[in-house]
Design a protein around this ligand. Structure first.
Ligand SMILES: [Zn+2]
Ligand SMILES: [Zn+2]
Length: 368
């Protein structure tokens, strides 16, 4: 498929100044951000297109190339190159879309284009993912959770060597170089073959006395406890990023993504900020109307149903839904009525119903 014009994607004219580009991008991000379109693949695609257009047009060098040669001007740029230099997460934070964004199956696929660390920039450790199970009540009201994060750390006792002090000896096989060099003569040529020493696994030394602290592994497993604040209104598959809590890198640590997995609720079904609940009502109560008790997240509340309520009727209770993550207030609760026919009639009840049936027939006849 041919790529669309970047200016057209952002809906701006070719002379647009940086502020106008950002403003256009902001509006489109608000519209297509996965937060606002959970599970919508089309919106995600749209967002990707918008991200790319913004990445190019907000960079003066890339923009000049694009202005002069069109898409062909950026042909040599990989997807990573196109996106390099734009910090989308801080942009979203600025837009109020925050550190929280909806993810698909993989947190790194799709949304940002491909996510890799820049070859030129500092080398970051891998990002980590932590799945956190929550109830609907947790995310509806917000909650503080303590999570236990297993971490691997260099053993401080032996500095990662795995040996007790003085327990390290030079490897005899490679004389401490970690490499084995083999020379082979063939006519006038000499071939040198260099391979890693298998005796010391290339480290050049042998552990004679294992470190007691880490049992010679050089690393220790630790559990790090961490407090996480779940904001009211978060939803299933949203993620919270905690900077610098991923794996240690050569220069910088990666980030930790806490992915929220909200369990199915036995009573309520959630759609966006709204809650849906089914309420069984006896056929007499449905016919006569009146007050019925319905569950809400704050406990039972009274709902007035009118005379002649039918099965499948839906009633809205304002403000009894989930707190809105963005904006103010709460969603609504929708009560779907199911009229239940009794199956355990006593003799007296049966007699009354027969009488009722007779009356209905008579009144029907007289009306005709
Ligand atoms: Zn150790
Ligand atoms: Zn060796």
């Amino acid at each position: 498929m041919a790529k669309r014009d970047y200016y057209e994607v952002l809906g701006i004219d070719r002379g647009a100044v940086n502020a106008a580009i950002k403003k256009a991008y902001r509006n489109l991000a608000m519209q297509y951000h996965p937060d606002r379109n959970p599970g919508d693949g089309e919106a995600a695609e749209k967002m990707k297109e918008v991200n790319e257009a913004y990445a190019v047009l907000s960079d003066s060098h890339k923009r000049r190339l694009y202005d002069t040669y069109g898409h062909a001007g950026l042909e040599d740029y990989s997807q990573d190159d196109l996106f390099r230099g734009v910090d989308f997460s801080s942009l979203f934070r600025e837009f109020g879309l925050g550190d929280i964004f909806g993810f698909g199956d993989s947190i790194f696929d799709g949304f940002f284009g491909r996510r890799t660390t820049s070859r030129k920039g500092p080398r970051k450790g891998a990002d980590l993912r932590y799945n956190l199970s929550l109830t609907l009540e947790d995310v509806a009201f917000g909650v503080e959770k303590t999570i236990e994060l297993p971490r691997t750390d260099t053993c401080k006792s032996c500095n990662g060597t795995g040996a007790e002090p003085g327990g390290l000896e030079q490897c005899d096989s490679c004389q401490g170089t970690g490499q084995i060099v083999k020379e082979q003569r063939s006519g006038h040529s000499v071939f040198r073959q260099i391979s890693g020493c298998s005796n010391c696994r290339g480290s050049g030394s042998i552990v004679k006395e294992a470190c007691k602290h880490c049992e010679g592994k050089g690393v220790i497993q630790e559990i790090e406890e961490m407090e996480v604040t779940i904001p009211a209104g978060a939803d299933n598959r949203y993620a919270i990023r905690i900077d610098g809590k991923g794996e240690r890198g050569d220069d910088l640590p990666g980030d930790l993504y806490i992915v929220l997995l909200v369990e199915k609720h036995p009573v309520f079904e959630r759609h966006g900020d709204d809650l849906y609940v089914q309420k069984d009502v006896s056929f007499t109560a449905a016919a006569l109307g009146g007050e019925v008790e319905v569950p809400s997240l704050d406990g039972d509340i009274t709902l007035d149903i009118p005379e002649g309520t039918q099965t499948g009727s839906v009633f809205r209770i304002d403000g009894q839904g989930v707190t809105r993550l963005e904006g103010t207030g709460k969603g609504d609760e929708y009560v779907i009525v199911r009229v239940v026919t009794p199956t355990d009639l006593g003799q007296k009840e049966t007699d009354l119903l027969r009488k009722f049936e007779e009356l209905r027939r008579k009144s029907g006849d007289s009306e005709r």
